[in-house]
Design a protein around this ligand. Structure first.
Ligand code: WTA
Length: 654
């Protein structure tokens, strides 16, 4: 990532054809961006009209970024319903158009084409089922499902009745699931018997059973049949979705929601403590998700759009479900993985469904690049027009491969930088407006004012050719509003370090032309295969094991995953470091958090480098993990400098 920021000098201007087709060309971008900054109220007041309101708003923006009084409101006196915006308002004009193309894990199983009319009926039925289970406006519903259409029905059904959903990625363990159910005090969890992925099956229902042992016994469980695999059943607690859907009514009236009523909670990792529940609300979120979806991907009516993310992450929320459906798009939902049955699966799906916009993560691109070009070249990718990436910095080699081998040199790549907290893209090149630079997120989206601050003084660094921490100067409608149940944590995390700004946690460089390059997190959050992880979470999982006295976890560069998880573990005095114990600890973390948190390296550490006041010097641990011993910096302030020598000597050989 940093190498790209320093070494990359190529630029790729859009073709005349791309420009001619684009919603936004260079001149329009300049004009709209300037207008959005000069008068945000006028700009967003106008943009808000792209969705349907029950009661139109008269206020547009009410924001205070001052630490201690942070308040973020958009369209605050308007009312609307998100599911009506994603469904009902399309029925007249595109009821028979495919809303969701569902591509199952196994290519031999049939794909489904779900029209807007069908999606509306399915959503209404699910909404009625939830209501019959006692779910009311403002109640929380946890969704723990495979990538199946029912996941979209469930999200939209919650939105329809005003329940707040919280999706938990199916790769999380029962413990992590229980923590999230309890964290938002959910009334119902929606799950499936099993989740097929890459030919294997995750036992979701039995994970949910295990999680529910740690939850209030009033929590009910709605079970969708996916594989038909056997599950245990508790009468009175477990409900059979497929059976109930046969009986449920096809219509459910959409609830009138306030623009600032929560739409969903999504737990995400931070630099300290346990994951926090990011809260997104109704009106501003939908305006922002739909506008960015249309402009960034240059979506036009009739296009087939595919985002390969999982609905368990924010990308799936904004760019599989809410943004595309609000725009009346055809959105593809894929249950499987890029390498099953083999490394041509993505490209076969593109060919089969004639995908026009394709949006994925750099980690997938790197994994597929390593398999050879023949997997791509045997597929007809002529439908592709726009390519996108998200989740982590993309290295120039992967960018070039994506551009040349997948896009045949003619598809612009939108490198979209954003976060769970931001609801939608904050920086990205726009296909018809910007000359691409491989690895650069290029330009702010409308209404976004990025600033580069000096990390120590917090003073804004003006001019170009500068580097520092990335903050945002003012709010945008898609911004998170609070941390669920803990507004103080929200303020402390995002508004305390750099007063008056939203602090992103990322570092960035603004190059000589004023274009932005994300250089990676400046805090203790790591990005593993595009999955965001707090090192503190992995540490607390490790120290919960009886053999572990202390643990420190850092990220290190990993060829495919972007970053890998490197753990330094100090054992209890009476424990011997064995291979067996290493395996046990790895399994332990998988059980505590989930397979996505599986440690890549565990190094036994008789001691950890600490300051005299007992603070672990992570900077040093990061350097050792990176195999970069030359720049350890000043170690003289350590309580015991000799531990560093030991760690270097025994650095795991991986
Ligand atoms: C990183 C994912 C470089 C960044 C939508 C951010 C990126 C974190 C990019 C958020 C990108 C995301 N280039 N880095 N295009 N996109 N990131 O919350 O460090 O899972 O802070 O949201 O991913 O991860 P999250």
């Amino acid at each position: 990532m940093t190498s790209a920021a320093v070494a990359e000098t190529r630029t790729f201007p859009p073709s005349a054809e791309t420009v001619a087709r684009a919603h936004v060309d260079a001149a329009k971008y300049e004009e709209m961006y300037a207008a959005s900054i000069a008068d945000p109220v006028a700009f967003w007041g106008e943009q808000g009209k792209r969705i349907d309101w029950i009661k139109p708003y008269s206020q547009v923006k009410d924001v205070n970024y001052n630490f201690g009084e942070v308040r973020i409101n958009w369209y605050a006196d308007g009312t609307l319903n998100v599911s009506a915006n994603c469904l009902d308002r399309h029925l007249k004009t595109r009821g028979d158009q495919t809303a969701i193309i569902w591509e199952p894990d196994d290519p031999n199983d049939e794909a489904q084409h779900i029209t807007y009319a069908e999606l509306h009926r399915r959503t209404c039925r699910m909404a009625n089922i939830l209501e019959s289970m006692g779910v009311r406006k403002g109640d929380r519903v946890v969704i723990y499902l495979p990538m199946i259409p029912e996941a979209a029905y469930a999200m939209l059904a919650c939105a329809r009745i005003g329940a707040i959903h919280s999706i938990v990625f199916a790769g999380f363990s029962p413990d992590a699931l229980a923590a999230r159910i309890n964290g938002c005090d959910a009334k119902v969890i929606i799950t499936a018997d099993e989740a097929p992925r890459g030919g294997r099956k995750t036992p979701l229902k039995s994970n949910a059973d295990a999680a529910l042992l740690h939850c209030k016994d009033t929590v009910k469980c709605l079970v969708v049949k996916r594989t038909g695999g056997q599950t245990t059943w508790i009468d009175g607690r477990d409900f059979d979705y497929n059976e109930m859907a046969l009986e449920a009514d096809d219509y459910c009236a959409p609830a009138e929601m306030n623009a600032e009523d929560p739409l969903f909670i999504l737990y995400t990792s931070g630099s300290t403590g346990q994951p926090k529940g990011v809260v997104h609300t109704t009106g501003g979120y939908l305006v922002y998700a739909s506008l960015t979806h249309e402009i960034t991907f240059d979506y036009h009516d009739g296009d087939i759009y595919w985002c390969t993310a999982d609905v368990g992450w924010v990308t799936g929320h904004s760019y599989i479900v809410y943004g595309p459906l609000a725009n009346g798009a055809t959105t593809l939902m894929f249950e499987g993985v890029p390498t099953y049955p083999d490394a041509s699966r993505f490209w076969q799906v593109c060919e089969k469904h004639k995908v026009n916009q394709f949006y994925t993560a750099p980690t997938a691109i790197r994994a597929l690049m390593g398999q050879g070009n023949e997997f791509v070249e045997k597929c007809d990718l002529s439908s592709l027009r726009i390519l996108g990436t998200v989740g982590e910095p993309i290295n120039p080699e992967a960018w070039t491969w994506y551009h040349e081998v997948v896009g045949k040199g003619k598809c612009p790549i939108v490198d979209t930088w954003w976060q769970t907290e931001t609801g939608g893209h904050l920086m990205t090149p726009l296909p018809g407006a910007h000359a691409l630079k491989p690895g650069s997120a290029m330009k702010p989206f409308f209404g976004i004012q990025p600033v580069v601050l000096d990390p120590q003084s917090g003073v804004e660094i003006a001019g170009n050719g500068v580097e520092g921490v990335l903050c945002i100067k003012d709010s945008w409608p898609g911004q998170m509003r609070t941390v669920w149940g803990d507004h103080e944590r929200f303020e402390k995390t995002y508004f305390a370090d750099y007063k008056g700004y939203y602090f992103t946690g990322d570092g960035c460089r603004r190059d000589e032309d004023g274009d932005y390059w994300i250089t990676g997190r400046v805090d203790d959050v790591i990005n593993v295969s595009g999955h965001r992880m707090g090192t503190a979470e992995v540490e607390s999982a490790l120290v919960a094991h009886p053999a572990v006295a202390e643990a420190a976890v850092v990220g290190y560069p990993h060829e495919i995953k972007g970053q890998g998880i490197y753990c330094y573990v100090t054992l209890m005095n009476d424990r011997e470091p064995t291979e067996e114990l290493r395996k046990e600890l790895r399994q332990w973390v998988r059980t505590e958090i989930g397979p996505i948190a599986s440690p890549d390296v565990i190094q036994w550490a008789p001691g950890l480098p600490k300051t005299r006041s007992g603070k672990i010097m992570r900077r040093i641990l990061r350097k050792i993990a990176e195999n970069d011993f030359g720049s350890l910096g000043d170690t003289s302030t350590l309580a015991d400098p000799s531990v560093v020598e030991d760690l270097i000597q025994n650095r795991a050989n991986k």
